[in-house]
Design a protein around this ligand. Structure first.
Ligand code: SAH
Length: 460
């Protein structure tokens, strides 16, 4: 059973301080059900990865309990389960609690983190996995496996290799894993008692009360024991009761009805930034930057060394400039930023020499007959190594209760594409201009209509 946690926060080796485990050593810990090892497959200033390897001993698990053969032969030694949560709580207890003697501020700072779980049983499938992690802001990627490669008809297994990306504190990441891994595993053959309520509430503090799947999380975490679930939900509901001072604030938020769009926008930006980092693109040009949503996040992240925004609209650029001016940055950090007024359907020398271009919710604003001109400007003329492009998925529109049937999401949208239309366009463009392309869903995914935003990452 393997969990790795990687960061590109610089210097990345500070992960060793946060975990209280030295990057140059391999350490071993004895647990009641086996042995845990912590080591670092890589420890460079730009990127550092810590690994927690669990060697669960199936004999220890059942010793003295008059076990039958099938209890020795189970998936428990190989998959992430509540044993991983126990290991996190024991081996990374200080990091889980958000404490760090040497770097107390870093422990409280959101940093780019990627957790990878090599084998995670997801009872409820990929959509349930996404339902758990995406509302917390994670970009989720999941690879599923056939039950048996020899017999494709048997279908897919419930085991996934899962990667979770987020800019978040290490303590929050560990808390989410601690609670949600056993929830996904949903193993019923495990003893729970009243202490588990306390653990759930402690590690769920600050996020579980507002999580849209909190009832399912609570029920599964407490192994579907009705009394425990009822008590835990009652305590969560108490926490959720707003105190009078905050009622006004929350009303204002409700009236603005912006909670959902904001969280989708945030998820989109997180996904874009994760894709940029994965491709190690430090010089980024944001084509159709609008009022600077992405530029703002890029500027606040010192990983990015050159950040340029392009838009045809003067007014949008003015607003972007005003918004960015309000950021508190050191003076030399500003030198990375540049705003350019230009149209994306005409060649412009200033679009060249970037590691990556981002095109976020822009192509649907272009007239379809001008799309091929834009393709040439982007793929042929500017030709960055990486292109991250997002657009709405029209199939998802039926899920927006406030959007009349058949309407597009914005009055300036010239078109919105289905998943097939977008992927056909992306595959054609990649082939024509010598790129490879991968597609990702952004936002909570619906089984029938997919996710609200679709993203393509082109590389050459
Ligand atoms: N990427 C931003 C803004 C998306 S709105 C965000 O995600 O928040 C689309 C933006 O594309 C608008 O700001 C619009 O002015 C710009 N745009 C539309 N057509 C354009 C063109 N031909 N050239 C440059 N910018 C264009």
């Amino acid at each position: 059973m393997l969990l790795t946690i990687a960061t590109t926060h610089t210097p990345a080796t500070e992960l060793g301080f946060l975990l209280h485990k030295h990057p140059e050593r391999c350490q071993s810990f004895s647990l009641t059900f086996g042995q845990a090892y912590v080591f670092y497959p890589e420890a460079q200033p730009e990127r550092c990865t810590a690994a927690l390897l669990l060697d669960v001993d199936p004999v220890k698990l059942v010793r003295g309990k008059g076990a039958r053969l099938e209890q020795y032969v189970s998936d428990r030694p190989y998959v992430a389960s509540s044993f991983l949560s126990v290991a996190i709580a024991q081996v990374f207890s200080t990091a889980l609690a958000g404490r760090c003697k040497d770097k107390p501020e870093l422990a409280q700072t959101p940093i780019p983190l990627v957790a990878k779980i090599s084998v995670l049983p997801c009872r409820g499938g990929e959509s349930f996995l996404r339902l758990l992690f995406e509302p917390l802001g994670y970009t989720v990627s999941a690879q599923s496996y056939p039950l048996d490669e020899e017999f494709p008809d048997w279908g897919q297994s419930q085991y996934f290799t899962v990667e979770l990306q987020h800019t978040i504190t290490l303590s929050d990441l560990l808390s989410h894993l601690y609670v949600l891994i056993p929830v996904l595993d949903d193993d019923k053959h495990y003893w729970v008692n009243d202490d588990e309520i306390e653990k759930l509430l402690r590690h769920g503090e600050g996020w579980l009360t507002t999580h849209p799947a909190r009832s399912q999380i609570t029920r599964r975490y407490l192994k579907r024991q009705h009394r425990l679930t009822r008590e835990a939900l009652a305590q969560l509901a108490e926490e959720d009761n707003p105190d009078p001072d905050s009622v006004e604030e929350s009303h204002a938020e409700e009236e603005a009805i912006i909670e959902k769009p904001i969280s989708l926008n945030q998820q989109r930006m997180n996904a874009v930034i994760a894709a940029l980092k994965q491709s190690t693109a430090q010089r980024v040009i944001d084509l159709g930057c609008g009022q600077g949503n992405l530029l703002k996040m890029l500027l606040q992240d010192s990983f990015f060394t050159k950040i340029t925004g392009v838009d045809v609209s003067h007014r949008s650029l003015e607003i972007a400039q005003e918004r960015l001016d309000r950021l508190r940055l050191l003076r030399n950090q500003w030198e990375r930023l540049q705003l350019i007024q230009s149209a994306l359907t005409y060649q412009d020398k200033r679009f060249k020499d970037y590691d990556a271009a981002t095109v976020i919710e822009v192509i649907e604003h272009l007239d379809l007959p001008r799309l091929s001109a834009f393709e040439r400007v982007l793929f042929e003329f500017a030709r960055p190594k990486t292109i991250v492009l997002t657009t709405p998925n029209i199939e998802y529109n039926v899920k927006f209760t406030n959007l009349p049937a058949g309407k597009l999401r914005h009055k300036d949208h010239r078109f919105e594409w289905t998943r097939l239309e977008f992927q056909t366009w992306g595959n054609n463009a990649a082939e024509k201009f010598g790129y490879t392309v991968q597609f990702q869903n952004v936002g909570v995914e619906d089984i029938d209509v997919g996710s609200p935003t679709q993203m393509a990452v082109f590389s050459c």
